[in-house]
Design a protein around this ligand. Structure first.
Ligand code: AMP
Length: 283
């Protein structure tokens, strides 16, 4: 039987962290409304650590003024049931702060900002978003003191920035990225998919289909052909961006580049979807 504990106060969570006998702790940061993508991270963390901490925090700092912070789905009871249903043998701790002040107390003022990489791709339409992400993740790392933290490759730019933050600031937590979990029709699982009407979902499917098509063109016909097709695909006005870039730098790939990532963002109605696929070119 798994031992599921839940904390809604930072002080109580810190007390757990101080006294736990677990030899290693894995961290899975989320905004809740859990789906199989989140659970895949938790499962992997549980394979490697005696104790796992899953945080549920809808971080106000990473939402812009016109974004969906207020209506973001908050489903704590259902989330706890899903975790309970996994029957993990580990010590499982859900840290779901009851207010934003539990994480950012009155007077909090420090921002973590990684510079130019935060301003491209998703950063272009979401100014300040990645500063909000790295700031909260830094604070969660400091609270949880995990050996490893698990993130999805679905948010590729976010994962790269968090890895870079850990490297730049010499953080003791190792940052790991895990593959994207998809729905039966190919759409990457996301808490935001539930906003989609049936017709918006059809519009949304253009994103994984474009990524897959470009991946196949790169493999069979090369990058130049893929770039031509990419420009054609971009005439679909629902795309916010669709880029083929270096998976290491997020910049246009040089001729020797072997690890590419095709990244895209698309708007279907009020909902913004992101997705990506990796392409490893043979030596
Ligand atoms: P979120 O709750 O959307 O902030 O996501 C929390 C974590 O789950 C992040 O590391 C995401 O990259 C990851 N995640 C979200 N969707 C998926 C998915 N479809 N497959 C794998 N990981 C995911």
């Amino acid at each position: 039987m798994s031992q599921l504990q839940r904390h809604s106060k930072t002080a109580a969570f810190q007390e757990w962290r101080r006294q736990t006998k677990a030899s290693s702790v894995g961290l899975v940061p989320t905004m809740g409304n859990l789906h199989q993508g989140h659970l895949s991270l938790l499962k992997e963390a549980a394979r490697h650590h005696q104790a796992v901490v899953l945080t549920i925090f809808v971080n106000p700092k990473q939402f812009g003024p016109k974004e969906d912070f207020a209506r973001y789905p908050r489903t704590l009871t259902q989330d706890l049931e899903l975790i309970q249903g996994m029957n993990l043998q580990n010590e499982v701790v859900v840290f779901a702060p009851e207010t934003a002040e539990e994480i950012f107390p009155v007077g909090y003022s420090t921002q973590i900002s990684l510079g130019p990489l935060t301003q491209i791709l998703c950063g272009q339409s979401r100014p300040g978003h990645f500063d909000g992400v790295t700031t909260v993740v830094y604070r969660l790392f400091a609270l949880v003191k995990a050996q490893c933290a698990y993130f999805g490759q679905k948010d590729f730019q976010q994962l790269l920035l968090i890895k870079k933050m850990a490297q730049d600031l010499l953080l003791p937590t190792q940052v790991l990225g895990l593959p994207i979990v998809r729905d039966h029709d190919g759409l990457a699982l996301s808490s935001r998919n539930q906003y989609l009407s049936a017709s918006e979902r059809q519009i949304g499917l253009a994103l994984p289909r474009a990524l897959q098509e470009l991946q196949e063109i790169i493999i069979h016909h090369g990058l130049e052909q893929a770039q031509k097709r990419r420009l054609e695909l971009l005439t679909n006005s629902h795309f916010e961006y669709l880029e083929i870039i270096s998976a290491q730098t997020l910049l246009p790939p040089g001729p020797q580049e072997r690890e590419l990532v095709i990244v895209g963002a698309l708007r279907a109605g009020q909902t913004r979807l992101i997705d990506n696929v990796l392409v490893n070119l043979k030596q």
